[in-house]
Design a protein around this ligand. Structure first.
Ligand SMILES: [Zn+2]
Length: 125
């Protein structure tokens, strides 16, 4: 006689966790955890969690995942460039500041382009 764990949503521990999430005001979603297949919950904070795996990121496509990655990279570049400019203030040679300002300018332009492209895409599709 062997007990096979099959449906995680029948696991009393998991059921308990799901009940706790609902009690905290979390909303059960139609989306399912890509790892275990349990329904996901949206917390009041906006985070999406799996009762077993905790925070998961729902992306509807690989493209969307790439977009998110690119967004965070752009933010990193901007932050880095800004800190470099800060470090260079007071130096004799302003051309180096100018170089980093150009990076920031480029980042800004990319952000604007991406915002514009996103809007157009949503509108036409
Ligand atoms: Zn899961």
């Amino acid at each position: 006689m062997s007990e096979k764990p099959r449906d995680p949503s029948r696991d009393p521990e998991v059921v308990k966790k799901m009940a706790r999430l609902m009690m905290q005001g979390a909303v059960m979603l139609a989306e399912r955890c890509p790892i275990c297949g349990l329904p996901l919950f949206r917390l009041k904070s906006g985070d999406i969690v799996c009762p077993i795996h905790g925070r998961v990121m729902i992306v509807s496509s690989e493209e969307e995942a790439d977009e998110i990655k690119l967004d965070s990279t752009i933010r990193l570049v901007e932050k880095y460039a800004a800190s470099r400019v800060e470090g260079l203030i007071g130096e004799e040679d302003p051309s180096r500041i100018l170089e980093w300002l150009r990076v920031i300018e480029a980042v800004e332009r990319i952000k604007q382009l991406r915002r514009g492209a996103g809007k157009e895409e949503r509108g036409s599709k």
